[in-house]
Ligand binder design. Structure first.
Ligand SMILES: Cc1cc2nc3c(=O)[nH]c(=O)nc-3n(C[C@H](O)[C@H](O)[C@H](O)COP(=O)(O)OP(=O)(O)OC[C@H]3O[C@@H](n4cnc5c(N)ncnc54)[C@H](O)[C@@H]3O)c2cc1C
Length: 426
């Protein structure tokens, strides 16, 4: 298990157009934090797959990182999408599970930024910013999967409350969150999806809300993406986020503007770790008069890995930079997530083969990367859904550009971006 995050230890020159000096500081701070605190924790998370690792969340909360996109008016760092990407990416180099915990809360934070009232922001965001409240966004259901139009969870108005009943599955941070942004059906059958769904903030201790026991999966050990059961859960009417009937916009926009780049950043961290481990191994594995890294056929494969890694990194940082600038970039975010996962998946497979039998020896880090990388495929749109949107762009049939529509209400990069609170040590 390496004690430090993989290269590049400082941002590579190709990212210069997208980074300020303060992003550089954040990069270094995240690397140092990950090496000191998350690397040892990652090992214990791997050794105890049945445990949801609250400690990783607490460490990042103490650092103030859940506040990265929260406006300063609500106690946040107001640092924008590139800064968020730096954090998720650099943490994922050392622990994809810890990065998953961070990013899963930052998706509903995005939804609140764009759709909550000022009063609701005041109620929720300061607690996210100080790390005392983690969130989920709960869309996926057992029968309908990612088909949002098929949502069966219902919310019915009863006086001053809504009563919500249904099941949600694969909900990131299910076991850590103090509140869930639940998308439920509020219209009669036959009403178009764009008018039929509503978003609700549901506090985790509401009677009738239960979280199924954590069941460890293939990878991302320490992170939970579990099942919520809502049985007649009563929610105050002022917990509706956005318009009644506007839940599709809340879910779709936060998935595109926050989910896609967040998952791309997790993929990127895993990808970098895999390339680093492989070059290290080949440089140190003796063969003939030199090492495996001398063999042209293996260098050719590493060249492919490096090409994919650089392309994925540039694509991601360029797309979140566009987002910070308020420019239309939905398709770029979608592409960054799509290619970022695909390319990382290919490189991790190459890495396994280039390690030979060593890759299969018990406890070797590469096995963790190989088990973690499939987890960036389903969330925030599977490959099929990304290709549908990419084809729409090719045919000039793009639907709404959320990056353009929501930019005036969201964060726009400013030269005087706040610096993270380095004083908040874990
Ligand atoms: C680590 C992780 C974290 C997650 N976090 C969250 C979360 O925080 N909140 C949340 O709500 N959900 C979350 N999810 C769930 C995720 O959004 C779903 O897994 C995803 O939407 C796909 O749904 P499904 O897995 O049920 O696949 P299915 O919907 O069963 O799809 C199976 C396959 O069929 C394809 N397919 C389905 N329908 C179509 C179609 N119409 N056209 C073409 N292809 C299609 C899919 O692309 C996929 O390849 C998470 C999942 C994971 C793995």
């Amino acid at each position: 298990m390496p004690a430090t995050p993989p290269t590049p230890a400082t941002p590579p020159p190709a990212l210069r157009p997208f980074l300020t000096a303060r992003h550089d500081l954040l990069w270094q701070e995240a690397d140092a934090f990950a090496a000191e605190h998350l690397a040892p924790l990652a090992a214990s998370m791997e050794a105890a797959p049945g445990k949801v690792e609250r400690g990783a969340a607490e460490l990042m909360a103490a650092r103030g990182w859940f506040a990265v996109t929260v406006p300063a008016a609500f106690g946040g760092l107001d640092a924008g999408h590139v800064a968020k990407t730096v954090l998720v990416h650099r943490i994922a180099c050392v622990s994809a599970a810890a990065a998953a915990i961070l990013q899963a809360t930052l998706i509903p934070v995005g939804a609140l930024l764009h759709f909550a009232t000022d009063e609701q922001k005041e109620r929720w965001l300061p607690r996210v910013a100080d790390g005392s409240l983690l969130l989920t966004i709960a869309v996926t259901e057992p029968r309908t999967g990612g088909h949002i139009g098929g949502i069966e969870t219902t919310a019915n108005r009863k006086g001053k409350t809504w009563v919500i009943t249904g099941s949600k599955v694969h909900i990131g941070n299910s076991h850590l969150a103090g509140a869930h942004l639940v998308i439920a059906r509020t219209a009669k059958p036959g009403v178009r999806t764009s008018k039929a769904l509503t978003a609700f903030m549901v506090v985790a201790d509401r009677p009738g809300l239960t979280v199924a026991e954590h069941r460890p999966g293939l990878g991302l050990h320490g992170f939970s993406a579990g099942r919520l059961e809502l049985d007649q859960v009563r929610v105050p009417a002022d917990n509706v986020v956005g318009e009644v009937g506007g839940g599709l916009s809340v879910a779709q926009s936060s998935s595109i503007l926050y989910g896609r780049p967040n998952l791309a950043a997790v993929s990127l961290g895993i990808h970098e770790a895999a390339v680093d481990l492989t070059t290290d191994r080949l440089k140190n594995r003796a063969r003939y008069q030199g090492t495996l890294s001398d063999l042209p056929v293996l260098r050719d494969r590493v060249g492919e890995m490096e090409a994919r890694l650089r392309a994925g990194r540039n694509l991601l940082y360029q797309s979140v930079h566009l987002l910070d600038q308020g420019l239309p970039c939905d398709t770029d975010l979608i592409n960054a997530k799509y290619q970022g996962h695909r390319w990382a998946m290919q490189s991790v497979q190459d890495a396994m083969e280039l390690h030979g039998a060593h890759a299969l020896e018990g406890g070797y880090l590469l096995q963790r990367l190989w088990r973690d990388i499939p987890y960036t495929y389903p969330p925030a749109g599977t490959g099929e859904f990304q290709r549908i949107r990419l084809a729409d762009a090719a045919f000039d049939e793009d639907p709404v550009q959320w990056s353009e529509r929501l930019a005036p209400h969201g964060h726009q990069q400013r030269p005087g971006m706040n610096v993270p609170r380095e004083s908040r040590t874990p």
